[in-house]
Write a protein that binds this ligand. Structure first.
Ligand code: ATP
Length: 223
């Protein structure tokens, strides 16, 4: 699909250690609700604000690729794996902007836990120069009611999503999606204690985890 056919593109960055249905279902619902032509799932190589992932960047990327197979609106975006050093979102947004052109609406997707710490991100105040920010409400997390991030949200938040396509960047929109209380942390813990994670993630991702013996998976029968 060439950028001339695109009106709104989403980019969903994360560690994806591993990817699960909380990520995938949110991504698909955003495509449908906000009429995104495509949503790119972009694993980070070296996260800049959290502990090192349990799996290599290549393994996390392979799981994202397996997870989006067959859904044409969801795409794997490996750009952060091609760069050296910490994965700064601003660098990816600038690259995407130059690929998509000035007029395509670019939407950086993040869960509400991620937005809480956005003011510690590298050059965070420039993010809205390149993209909109789409915040997904996430079970167990609240948006801040005071402080720098709360002010930033209030200053840029749209009440209606139309503004996301009227301009290419510059606004924040908060979307309530189907709440799915699934996290990668819980999946890693279940695997490490020998419990099943079936139906929390696509089966090909689970097969990959088992084949590669990821997450200190305890041997058990998958029946
Ligand atoms: P971990 O438990 O290791 O912190 P995670 O499940 O939060 O992982 P990440 O890869 O860190 O997954 O998250 C990538 C992005 O997806 C973040 O913006 C996060 O808020 C969002 N996200 C993760 N799980 C969900 C979910 N169940 N619903 C909505 N958003 C989610």
């Amino acid at each position: 699909m060439s950028s001339t056919q695109l009106s709104a593109v989403g980019v969903f960055g994360g560690t994806f250690d591993p990817i699960h249905y909380g990520h995938l279902r949110s991504a698909l619902e955003l495509c449908e609700r906000l009429h995104l032509s495509q949503l790119r799932l972009m694993p980070c190589a070296v996260p800049s604000h959290r502990a090192m992932p349990h799996c290599s960047a290549q393994q996390r990327a392979a799981m994202v690729e397996l997870a989006v197979k067959g859904e044409s609106r969801l795409m794997y975006d490996g750009r952060e794996l091609q760069r050296n050093g910490p994965s700064y979102t601003i660098d990816s947004l600038m690259e995407l902007r130059s690929e998509l052109g000035e007029s395509v609406s670019l939407n950086l997707v993040m869960g509400c836990d991620a937005v809480l710490g956005i003011n510690s991100w590298h050059r965070w105040e420039e993010i809205l120069d390149w993209a909109h920010v789409l915040v997904i409400a996430r079970p167990g997390w609240q948006l801040p009611e005071q402080g720098e991030v709360s002010q930033w949200l209030a200053q840029h938040a749209l009440d209606e999503p139309h503004g996301l396509v009227e301009k290419a960047s510059g606004s924040v929109y908060i979307e309530q999606l189907r709440p799915l209380a699934i996290s990668s942390t819980e999946i890693r813990n279940l695997l490490a204690s020998g419990q099943s994670v079936r139906y929390l993630m696509p089966e090909p991702v689970l097969d990959y985890i088992e084949e590669h013996g990821l997450y200190e998976i305890k041997k058990r029968e998958r029946t």
